[in-house]
Design a protein around this ligand. Structure first.
Ligand code: MN
Length: 158
């Protein structure tokens, strides 16, 4: 399943599960733990085992969506970009992030990663420890990610 499909599924789940989707809604909604369907990052867009939990999407006119992404050791996204940026909050483990032509940077719990609009990058676990981050992005014309080529082992271990 592609992330865009995951996001699409999250949209459906969000509209089904969230009272916030109701027209004219003014109430706070709580998406209960355990009510989200866990999905896995598809091999087209990820290397290794990547789980996505707690997906959510704000109701219009909000553009935000997000979820909790868990990378096993060695797992990472493909190269990609977000039309309106992405913010990552690292919650556990040891991870890595890199933008195109930039250095691989180690990221740890408590770190916040800001990825500006349109910047080609990847993120994932370290080779020897898994990593979990919360990820938030906003959609532009309904799209929050543009997928590119895989991160090679040579790029990953640089
Ligand atoms: Mn990203």
């Amino acid at each position: 399943m592609k992330l865009k499909d995951i996001i699409a599924a999250a949209v459906v789940l969000g509209s089904l599960a969230s009272p916030a989707a109701a027209e004219g809604n003014t109430a706070v909604s709580v998406l209960r733990a355990g009510t989200r369907v866990q999905t896995f990052g598809p091999p087209e867009n990820f290397t290794g085992t990547v789980r996505v939990d707690s997906r959510f999407k704000g109701s219009d006119p909000a553009r935000i969506s997000g979820g909790t992404v868990s990378f096993e050791a060695g797992a990472r996204t493909a190269w990609h970009a977000h039309p309106l940026s992405q913010t990552l909050f690292v919650t556990s483990g040891v991870g890595r992030v890199q933008h195109w032509d930039g250095e691989v940077q180690e990221i740890r719990p408590g770190d916040i990663v800001w990825i500006p609009p349109g910047v080609k990058h990847w993120h994932g676990a370290s080779p020897t420890a898994g990593m979990v981050h919360l990820a938030f992005s906003e959609a532009q014309d309904g799209k929050s990610v543009d997928w590119l080529e895989q991160v090679t082992d040579a790029q990953y271990r640089k």
